[in-house]
Design a protein around this ligand. Structure first.
Ligand SMILES: *[C@@H]1O[C@H](CO)[C@@H](O)[C@H](O)[C@H]1NC(C)=O
Ligand SMILES: *[C@@H]1O[C@H](CO)[C@@H](O)[C@H](O)[C@H]1NC(C)=O
Ligand SMILES: *[C@@H]1O[C@H](CO)[C@@H](O)[C@H](O)[C@H]1NC(C)=O
Length: 375
């Protein structure tokens, strides 16, 4: 399958979240959640539910295994996801994906965190084995007690799927970033089986597709399933930001939102290029799949119109003047916000924040989630 949109090599800047303390020693175990007001910590922790889901979905899709192998500590002993598997990407994409995955592991190993230091002049000195140190940021430009810093790292990208692979380190970093601020909780039981996605798609179209939609079957199905997974995280971060009291929490959520919305954009762009393509063996096009998924999310969320597929009526397009909809936005073309309740209604697939299901058979975790489960 030709993937034209990013076919030429180009350079992107990816945010890599590094964990460090001001004296340069990598700290993971020491909790700093006391630095956030309780209400902020709860909001930040809520995001952990979605980050676990995304991390496992992308890890398994690319590699066939997840956090249990990549970094078991991050699961805090939570159960292994149910039904997750490697995606059947095209041979060349799969080959390249595996190479990228292994390269990324190497890249991660090459970072020598222990020698990283804050310099006297306030910059962060980062060592990469075998090369001269690089300097990032300034101490004053990051929150006082920051344990993470978005450092810009230049990477050559020759294929969009490398971005997906780079997600692994990003998602990984997300969880570490969040867990440097909040106590966190064990990975909830996740159901990312083909059947879960099949039910979402049947529900979206209001008809039973035959055969059932399989997210792991091929490139296009995997991208559509990624569309179904990623966007609500973006909504959640947009919704969370104005509720936060501390600048530390706002800084963290903005950093997460930046990368989350970038991922949404990449997925939408890859799908937009194929909007008119039939998703075989079905009669529906790519655009129809996105419209149906967005439609069911609006319905389940019960929060009004906050989700738009790739093709919309002119009134919903930018400046009410176009039907192409590569990014979702309101009448001012700014991002939609969703509350935790709306998000849970969607990811549970039950339209009720107190009734678990869908991706979370036993529900999510954290105080916000539990406050709804009790009712
Ligand atoms: C996981 O935790 C153990 C025990 O605390 C520690 O020794 C190990 O280095 C950790 N591994 C990673 C990858 O963080
Ligand atoms: C996962 O979801 C599918 C589809 O709803 C269901 O058949 C299966 O029993 C679920 N598994 C778990 C462990 O909840
Ligand atoms: C919408 O597009 C038409 C041309 O296609 C143009 O005449 C009109 O001014 C545009 N409206 C706005 C609000 O941009």
């Amino acid at each position: 399958m030709a993937l034209n949109i990013f076919s030429n090599s180009f350079v992107v800047f990816l945010l890599v979240l590094l964990s460090y303390s001001p004296n340069g020693v990598l700290v993971r175990s020491a909790p700093h959640y006391s630095a956030l007001p309780k209400s902020d910590a709860d909001i930040v922790e809520f995001a952990l539910n979605l980050e676990y889901l995304e991390a496992e979905y992308f890890l398994y899709g690319a590699l066939g295994y997840g956090l249990d192998v990549v970094n078991p500590n991050l699961t805090q002993g939570g159960p292994t996801p149910c039904g997750a598997k490697i995606a059947h990407l095209s041979p060349i994409i799969k080959d390249v994906t595996l190479q990228f995955a292994l390269q990324e592991v190497g890249h991660l190993r090459v970072w020598d965190y222990r020698r990283n230091r804050w310099c006297q002049d306030g910059r962060l000195k980062v060592y990469v084995r075998g090369s001269a140190p690089r300097y990032f940021g300034s101490k004053s430009s990051v929150p006082n007690m920051a344990r993470f810093s978005p450092c810009l790292v230049r990477l050559r990208v020759t294929n969009p799927y490398q971005i997906m692979i780079n997600d692994i380190s990003i998602f990984h970093g997300f969880i570490e970033a969040i867990k440097n601020w909040v106590k966190g909780f064990p990975r909830p039981l996740l159901n990312i089986s083909s059947e879960t996605f099949g039910e979402i798609i049947d529900n979206a179209f209001g008809e039973k597709l035959n055969p059932s939609f399989d997210p792991y079957a091929n490139d296009i199905n995997y991208l559509i399933a990624s569309y179904a997974i990623s966007y609500v995280g973006l909504n959640g971060y947009v919704g969370a930001n104005p509720l936060l009291k501390s600048t530390n929490a706002r800084s963290l959520i903005a950093s997460l939102l930046g990368v989350e919305s970038g991922q949404d954009a990449v997925i939408r762009a890859l799908l937009y290029e194929r909007w008119n393509q039939k998703v075989t063996p079905y009669t529906h096009t790519v655009a129809e799949f996105t419209n149906a998924i967005s439609g069911i999310r609006n319905k389940l969320g019960r929060g009004g119109l906050k989700d738009e597929g790739l093709l919309v009526s002119k009134e919903l397009g930018a400046e009410a003047n176009v039907t192409g909809n590569i990014l979702a936005g309101n009448s001012y073309s700014v991002s939609y916000a969703r509350t935790p309740q709306e998000i849970l209604r969607i990811v549970y697939g039950t339209s009720h924040e107190g009734v678990p299901g869908g991706f979370y058979p036993n529900g999510g975790d954290g105080d916000i989630v539990k406050s709804f489960l009790k009712n």
